[in-house]
Design a protein around this ligand. Structure first.
Ligand code: MTE
Length: 307
């Protein structure tokens, strides 16, 4: 067995923003805005949607990833996603909409302004992180396509490009590509649901889903589909990758719920990445990952049956 010692992170230390500097930058800009200095664009006062928990380091967020298109180890995406070409990028929005389109990504992004949202993220595997995303509400993108009355769900797809995504060349196939995800339309329109284009104030690194990925903070991390090329408005519940692979283990909703165990492990607690390795005290997992305002989306639903 190969034992790794020391800091062998697959990214240069120059890429890691010292957190203290980044936090001071936010204080400074926040203060500037409060004094009416008219600072624009870069950063604003904290979003009301942000948690005040301490964000994970950029090294953790960009070095410990799930992105099976690049392999199944947590270090594979950082090591192998560098070859993915994210320019040019085309996003298709189609299905039950009045304005279907194939957008060049720059044209798609033009009307939207991003804001920083510091979100708690909880992976189904039992670990969590706090990530300062840059993004904008998915609702704004959906409204622009003008959904028809019959649209009830949004289906998402990731890029398929085996030349640049070695996990898509593996045999047997890990996942029937493309990676797919879906949301009910009311979940997609909820103000907490964002399309992210960056983190820590900079464009998304490839391993985190460049150039555009979904972030739904009250659901397990696998709903956060990366490197999106297509969003389709549909009438019926769409197929989603993990549900296709293991329907008994991964449901369509995938809401964070400490009371509903995964068939092979408990979901009651979580390990915050960066907190002292495997022997650190685990934290209790919160219903809807602490985002209780979403509870009304599920009133009257049996969340054990709809896991
Ligand atoms: N999107 C694609 N296309 N392929 C994947 O394998 N993994 C999911 C999700 N999005 C995945 C994906 C899982 S299991 C998790 S936990 C999150 O991405 C991880 O996002 P992060 O690496 O930015 O933390």
């Amino acid at each position: 067995m190969l034992i790794r010692v020391g800091t062998d992170l697959p990214i240069a230390s120059s890429e890691i923003t010292p957190r203290s500097l980044w936090l001071r930058r936010r204080d400074f800009l926040g203060a500037g805005a409060a004094l009416g200095l008219g600072l624009t664009g870069v950063a604003r006062a904290a979003s009301p949607y942000s948690t005040d928990e301490k964000p994970n380091s950029r090294a953790d967020i960009t070095g410990y990833n799930n992105f099976y298109e690049f392999g199944t180890d947590k270090s594979d995406p950082a090591a192998k996603a560098g070859r993915l070409k994210t320019k040019p990028w085309t996003l298709r929005i189609d299905g039950l909409v009045d304005k279907p389109a194939d957008y060049a990504l720059e044209d798609f992004l033009k009307p939207f302004s991003t804001e920083e949202r510091i979100y708690r993220m909880r992976c189904v595997e039992g670990w969590s992180m706090v990530i300062p995303w840059l993004g904008f509400p998915l609702a704004e993108a959906i409204k622009r396509a003008q959904p028809q009355a019959s649209a009830r769900y949004v289906a998402f797809e990731t890029l398929v490009r085996p030349e640049e995504m070695p996990g898509q060349r593996s045999f047997p196939r890990i996942i029937p590509w493309p990676y797919r995800e879906g949301l009910r339309l009311d979940e997609a329109m909820h103000p907490l649901t964002i399309l992210a284009t960056g983190l820590y104030g900079e464009p998304l690194p490839n391993q985190n889903g460049a150039p555009l990925r979904l972030v739904v903070p009250w659901k397990y991390g696998f709903k956060g589909i990366k490197s999106i090329v297509r969003m389709t408005l549909v009438a019926e519940q769409p197929k989603t990758s993990w549900n296709m692979i293991a329907p008994d283990e991964y449901g369509f909703f995938a809401n964070v719920n400490p009371e509903v165990d995964h068939p092979r492990w408990s979901q009651a607690t979580e390990r915050r990445i960066g907190e002292g390795g495997l022997f650190a005290k685990r934290r209790p997992t919160l219903m809807f990952n602490g985002y209780e305002s979403v509870a009304s989306l599920y009133s009257g639903m049996d969340l054990r049956a709809n896991f």
